[in-house]
Design a protein around this ligand. Structure first.
Ligand code: TYD
Length: 230
């Protein structure tokens, strides 16, 4: 359990999650941020969801093959939660406890957006699963990369080339439009934690905005105290 991992809050690493629709450029931005943190001599790991630990990667394969969808929306949500539980307890919490920053490609907001707001899974079930899988371990900063759905879907199609779209890429444009609105709502509901960033520009330009967000939220003394208290 997260609670059983001894965490020295003052030396704890920072937990940054990246969210957004298909083709929003999360993995590029995470890589660029990891490089900047390395230049500042801050130790960081890059990880992803679903997946990020051996057990969770097995569940990822199951979900993205479309198997989870066959089980129904609630069961698929529980598969994401099972993957998250393993990832949090075996990778994220231990790294943070050692003072290592964790940059995670998708986290609980993906479940809130994809399964909750778009998939209509009961928020009470999501609350209960978050209590078990995440407990008190909330991200210190969530970067939400926003761009028009048509651009995102084109980028995602170009990236996968001849490969078939996965479980979620195969959803129609209406699904992705709702997803974008869900993320805009998440950003509006929690402005202290979330930073909404326009992802239509060149990677270097987006990266400069991501870095500003990290500086403002986590490296500026007054905000850092807030992050520690949370
Ligand atoms: P991935 O190939 O990692 O997609 P992306 O490059 O867009 O991040 O596939 C993960 C898919 O799983 C993605 O379409 C979003 C979806 N997902 C959920 O529906 N719920 C979740 O809780 C998570 C973590 C991901």
């Amino acid at each position: 359990m997260v609670e059983s991992v001894p965490v020295d809050v003052s030396n704890r690493g920072r937990f940054i999650t990246f969210e957004g629709g298909e083709g929003s450029g999360k993995s590029t931005q995470i890589k660029l941020l990891a490089e900047r943190l390395a230049l500042k001599n801050l130790r960081a790991i890059v990880t992803r969801e679903p997946g990020g630990s051996p057990g969770a990667e097995i569940i990822r394969h199951l979900i993205l093959s479309g198997m989870g969808k066959l089980l129904g929306a609630e069961a698929e949500t529980m598969l994401f939660a099972a993957a998250r539980d393993d990832h949090v307890h075996s990778v994220i919490a231990p790294a943070l406890a050692q003072g290592v920053w964790v940059l995670c490609d998708r986290f609980a907001d993906s479940t809130r957006a994809y399964q909750g707001k778009v998939g209509h899974v009961d928020p009470k079930l999501l609350d209960a699963l978050e209590r078990v899988t995440i407990g008190a371990l909330k991200p210190d900063l969530t970067v939400i990369l926003d761009l028009p759905v048509e651009i995102g879907m084109k980028r995602a199609a170009a990236r996968r080339g001849n490969e078939a779209p996965d479980r979620f890429e195969a959803e129609d444009i209406g699904f992705h439009q709702k997803l974008r609105e869900a993320y805009l709502q998440i950003a509006a509901d929690d402005p202290e934690r979330c930073e909404l960033i326009d992802a239509t520009g060149a990677p270097e330009q987006v990266s400069a905005n991501v870095w500003n967000a990290v500086r403002n939220h986590l490296l500026t003394p007054s905000r850092r105290v807030k992050a520690r208290r949370a």
